[in-house]
Design a protein around this ligand. Structure first.
Ligand SMILES: [Zn+2]
Length: 272
């Protein structure tokens, strides 16, 4: 279990809510998180190094099942301060699956991750994928090429917000944003129901998951999953946890469980 050990800032570094269901650490250590994610990566499964020799260097990983099956692409760290997403994706590089394959880019925006900032040198990476046009940075183009080569059946992009979709107007936490591709509404509804039944305690009703289609909130702004939908006709899901009164370990556990369930819906079962 990870502990925050910043000098002099431990004792009161949490807000206890809901009878101990969740503690929010106010002192994430980004450096430790980055290192922990890097240590988790399964180096034997690298299939390609993107942006080799540059600050943006990062790898794509492949997890294959013993049987033929669908392909899923999973991205983490598009926003560098969303630790749950890149840690979950890094852990996934070690999974076993029964069939099909996963192509994982866990540390998509490695420069932003190192800085623990949402944006990288070229701005917000998840705004650089305009539909039906060329992605707007070298890194975005490299990521897009990996996705095109993978010819995926589904793309899952892991994120974290500051608030709650149902409560705060500005923020979109605890929501599965889905593209308007066929079948995504039923799939997302299933996953939402599953997460709320199995993971979100009754006492945390504000943290119940929900889903909405990206069309409803997208301002035509170059989201990767939207491009996947428009250019490839492939379903995309942007998963947003929250760090509003939710500790990192819980965010991570829920991100992982949600991804697992989503993959199951597309015929990829995690082998335990
Ligand atoms: Zn994000």
């Amino acid at each position: 279990m990870r502990r925050s050990l910043l000098p002099g800032a431990t004792a009161l570094a949490g807000v206890l809510i809901a009878g101990g269901a969740a503690i929010r650490s106010l002192h994430h250590s980004p450096e430790r998180s980055f290192k922990r994610a890097q240590d988790a990566l399964n180096q034997d499964r690298i299939i390609e190094t993107l942006m080799e020799g540059t600050d943006h260097e990062t790898a794509a990983y492949e997890v294959t099942g013993s049987k033929e099956g669908p392909t899923a692409v999973i991205l983490g760290g598009m926003h560098g301060n969303e630790i749950n997403g890149y840690q979950a994706a890094a852990d996934i590089t070690n999974w076993g699956i029964d069939a099909g394959r996963l192509i994982v880019i866990p540390l998509a925006n490695s420069v932003a991750i190192e800085r623990n900032s949402r944006r990288g040198p070229n701005g917000d990476l998840n705004r650089l994928f305009p539909s039906e046009r060329t992605p707007e940075s070298t890194l975005a183009r490299a990521i897009w090429r990996v996705i095109e080569d993978a010819a995926p059946d589904v793309v899952i992009d892991l994120h974290r917000s500051r608030g709650l979709f149902n409560t705060h107007q500005r923020w979109i936490g605890q929501v599965i944003l889905r593209t308007e591709t066929d079948g995504t509404a039923d799939t997302a509804n299933d996953v939402v129901e599953y997460m709320n039944d199995r993971y979100v305690p009754r006492s945390m009703r504000f943290h119940r998951f929900t889903t909405t289609s990206i069309h409803d909130i997208d301002r035509g702004s170059g989201l990767l999953v939207q491009k996947v939908h428009h250019d490839m006709g492939v379903p995309g899901f942007l998963v947003e946890l929250t760090d509003f009164l939710l500790d990192l370990n819980t965010q991570l556990r829920w991100t992982t469980a949600l991804t697992e369930r989503l993959l199951e819906q597309y015929g990829i079962q995690r082998a335990v």
